[in-house]
Design a protein around this ligand. Structure first.
Ligand code: LLP
Length: 429
């Protein structure tokens, strides 16, 4: 079985890996490494795969995608999605500012997250976001006060914790009883009743999110059924729900996972909602990873090969500060040599970065034919790659480029070393 996921936008042509029509080696030459490389075509195709289910053949809209931008919040990526008609799922005032700077509109923004601050609520109310997804009574109480002080009404949805097992990594499952997220299933009705008493909150929706990198559809259907039951029960108490936000979480193929195709996944959920008699609900999806994950890779150069007694190390110029997922979740990312026709002998390597931590690895036990100076591409790095990067070891964050056909656009410059301590101050003399 191939360990390389099926990719759109990246391929081997004449034994050289390309992003669309541009050889990755040319990108490395022009922009240096480490560099994140995105394919505009892959981003667009993934979005349109959702749209194919969200829009009927007569043009009527069944659902809308609100891109969970925590997966990748570069302005150019947000702008591509905004132009395609996306809404956004944000979790901070910083993300809201990015949406607005990228040409997105606030009235298509839902504000998720378990710990919104007062100032974030003010910023979102002033901008006029579509909805606040709330997760507790204290948060509801605070929003009611803040909205009251501004003399406006906040539109709200409550995030239900449906207590279903998404069968994914424990760090990225969010809809189980023991998780910090959402309102416990048995408390949801009472919490809505409390919300209905708040003069500066207007109930418009209900939402849930059960986890991330979910490769099966059944946990979604379980969660959906539980939420639809709540909508019915709420209706009986006189509380009308206008929209249902199903959350994000559809997984991608990093190696040999076989998640459902995006359009099939979205169609299955939308048909299920209609079949259960809830066809007039407005439906929202909040995908992150499935829109950007396989639309990006991290390009890196080999500094040294270091043979060892038990392991051979391939030391590259990217590190855990650039791509945290292996260190944090032991996540697997396929890694390929950009030049597939090297005459070097094939060896098994651990691919590691220059950071002073044994956890600084990007791939383990990978068979490669490489020499120092060669480039590697770490695949499926478009989601939770750059956004989770840091400056650990005073390393500037990577450059980012987007390829569109035969053109390469620099969408974020490599951070300079001076910029890393520009905000620091010495004590007075
Ligand atoms: N909506 C909410 C409320 C979320 O918390 C998340 C992700 C999403 C949508 C998008 O989920 P997606 O479609 O991307 O699975 N850093 C981890 C993933 C954390 C996901 C957190 N929440 C990783 O690298 O795997």
């Amino acid at each position: 079985m191939s360990l390389i996921p099926h990719l759109n936008g990246f391929s081997l042509k004449n034994k050289l890996w390309h992003a669309e029509d541009v050889a990755l080696s040319d990108i490395a030459k022009q922009f240096g490494t480490p560099t994140y490389v995105y394919s505009k075509k892959a981003l667009t195709d993934a979005f349109n795969a959702y749209e194919a289910a969200c829009v009927r053949s007569n043009g009527a809209r069944r659902a809308r995608v609100h891109y969970a931008m925590k997966a990748n919040s570069n302005l150019a990526i947000l702008n591509v999605f905004a132009k395609l008609g996306a809404g956004f799922d944000i979790v901070s005032a910083g993300e809201l500012a990015r949406v607005l700077a990228a040409g997105g509109s606030a009235d298509k923004v839902v504000f998720s997250g378990v710990g919104k601050s007062k100032s974030e609520m003010i910023a979102a109310l002033k901008a006029g976001v579509k909805c606040f997804n709330l997760e507790s009574i204290p948060e509801l109480t605070r929003l009611n006060e803040v909205a009251g002080s501004l003399g406006v009404k906040a539109k709200i949805s409550l995030r239900v914790n449906p207590d279903v097992d998404p069968k994914t990594h424990p760090y990225i499952s969010t809809g189980l009883k023991g998780n910090k997220f959402g309102i416990a299933y048995d408390d949801v009705i009472a919490t809505y009743q409390a919300a209905a008493q708040m003069p500066f909150c207007e109930i418009i929706g209900i939402d849930c999110h059960i986890g991330s990198q979910i490769t099966e559809i059944s946990p979604y259907l379980d969660a959906l059924d539980r939420v639809l039951d709540l909508i019915k029960a709420l209706d009986a108490t006189g509380i009308k729900i206008h929209h249902l936000d199903i959350g994000g979480g559809l997984g991608i193929s990093y190696t040999n996972e076989t998640p459902p195709a995006i359009t099939d996944f979205a169609n299955t959920l939308l048909n299920h909602i209609e079949d259960k008699g809830f066809g007039d609900l407005e439906v929202l999806f909040e995908p992150g990873r499935s829109l950007v994950g396989n639309a990006g890779l991290l390009l890196t150069t080999i500094e040294y090969l270091k043979p060892g007694e038990t392991k051979n190390f391939c030391i590259v110029d990217a590190a855990m500060n650039d791509l945290m997922r292996p260190a944090m979740y032991e996540a697997y990312h396929a890694i390929v040599a950009v030049n597939d026709q090297s005459s070097a002998s094939s060896m098994t390597y651990d691919i590691v970065g220059p950071i002073c931590e044994s956890g600084d690895w990007l791939g383990r036990d990978r068979q490669l034919k490489v020499e120092p100076g060669d480039q590697l591409a770490i695949l499926s790095a478009g989601a939770y790659g750059f956004t989770m990067s840091s400056n650990y070891n005073t390393r500037g964050r990577a450059a980012e480029v987007m390829v569109d056909g035969g053109k390469v656009h620099l969408i974020r410059e490599r951070e300079t070393i001076e910029s890393l301590f520009a905000n620091e101050k010495l004590l007075p003399a």
